[in-house]
Design a protein around this ligand. Structure first.
Ligand code: SAM
Length: 333
């Protein structure tokens, strides 16, 4: 076995989350592994596999439940490459640990939210000195960068950890590439359109008449609009990411846009878990009105979501989603 973990570094930390039971939300997220649109990881796996050398250490930043790590290790066969999954969600990490507890190549670190400072820990704050000293051969962030509120700090911490010969691989379906074709979707922007179409259905279709009165209340509508934008953040342009990376001393060496086919049914399945974020105004979101929705309300939200998606995609089986891939190298000092 090539030496991946520096001496004294525990790949599984002695944190409380490691002993917690598996949790539903993480198990549910993990089902996207079987969705066609998770082919968005294929290009990233190709890139990482081509770059990997025996003994390398990759950091899977926001690695979540370990879907990328699993696909990469399957591709690498018995090549000894370490993957450190770093994530802010103990529930997601717990599921990743379940998958890889016996695989010496995989380690885990949790980034905590520091309440008093109102920020997440930086990467350097959660890594052992020996890991910081060693540095990473690659850092990868898949399907997550659009969620970072402190992107500049995150980029700085990536730059500090990456070896001078290292690479940074970023990809997300929620980046607006300037060349996106008219018939291609930013996947999270489907939510705004589903919301609009569902409003129209509620206004016209008497099956949903009971939800109309609440919509006359502007405060109620605004609160639900704000909630939706918390679940599904407004999309930022590619240039914003490239600028921040360049300002953080990275050279951007490649930018690609790919069309990923997403099955309408699978996207519906994914969104249905977040019905409160998508169509919480149907019956009132618990986070706003303070009461759990009844079964009837949940059924109506899901029915509306389904009908709105039918209209939007005109009964099609799948739609094209736009994914952006950014590759960087540390700028030479
Ligand atoms: C959509 S999941 C993607 C997980 C995994 N990379 C994949 O492709 O399946 C987003 C991940 O980002 C993490 N995350 C959310 N907000 C974050 C933040 N501000 N900084 C770092 N990670 C964050 C979540 O815990 C979650 O694991």
């Amino acid at each position: 076995m090539a030496v991946i973990w520096p001496e004294g570094v525990d790949r599984i930390p002695a944190d409380r989350w490691t002993g917690e039971p598996l949790e539903g939300l993480a198990l549910n997220y993990d089902t996207v592994e079987n969705h066609g649109w998770y082919a968005n990881l294929d290009h990233t796996v190709d890139q990482l596999a081509a770059f990997a050398r025996r003994g390398d250490l990759f950091v899977d930043y926001s690695g979540g439940t370990g879907i990328l790590a699993k696909r990469l290790l399957d591709r690498l066969g018995d090549k000894e490459v370490g993957i450190l999954i770093v994530d802010s969600s103990p529930k997601f990490l717990r599921l990743a640990l379940e998958k890889f507890k016996k695989d010496e190549r995989v380690g885990f670190r949790r980034i905590r939210y520091l309440k008093e400072e109102g920020r997440l820990q930086r990467l350097d704050e959660v890594l052992d000195p020996a890991l910081r000293e060693r540095g990473a051969d690659a850092i990868v962030s898949t399907n997550a960068i659009h969620l970072y509120y402190g992107l500049e700090d995150t980029v700085r911490s990536w730059r500090e950890l990456l070896r001078p010969t290292g690479r940074l691989y970023i990809q997300s379906g929620n980046i607006r590439h300037p060349d996106i074709p008219d018939d291609e979707w930013i996947i999270d922007e489907t939510v705004e359109v589903i919301h609009q179409v569902a409003l129209g259905i509620v206004e016209e279709d008497d099956r949903f008449a009971k939800y109309r009165a609440a919509l006359a209340d502007t405060e109620y509508r605004d609160a639900h609009d704000a909630l939706r934008k918390k679940y599904f953040l407004p999309v930022r342009p590619l240039e914003y990411y490239l600028d921040t990376l360049r300002k953080g001393d990275f050279d951007v060496t490649a930018v690609e846009r790919r069309r990923i086919p997403a099955r309408v049914e699978e996207w519906y399945e994914f969104l249905s878990v977040y019905h409160e974020g998508v169509l919480g105004w149907v019956g009132g979101a618990e986070k706003i009105v303070g009461a759990e929705p009844t079964d009837e309300v949940v059924t109506d939200r899901l029915q509306l979501m389904r009908e709105a998606m039918e209209q939007i995609f005109r009964g099609a089986f799948e739609f094209g989603a736009s994914w952006s891939y950014i590759t960087c190298e540390p700028r030479a000092d």
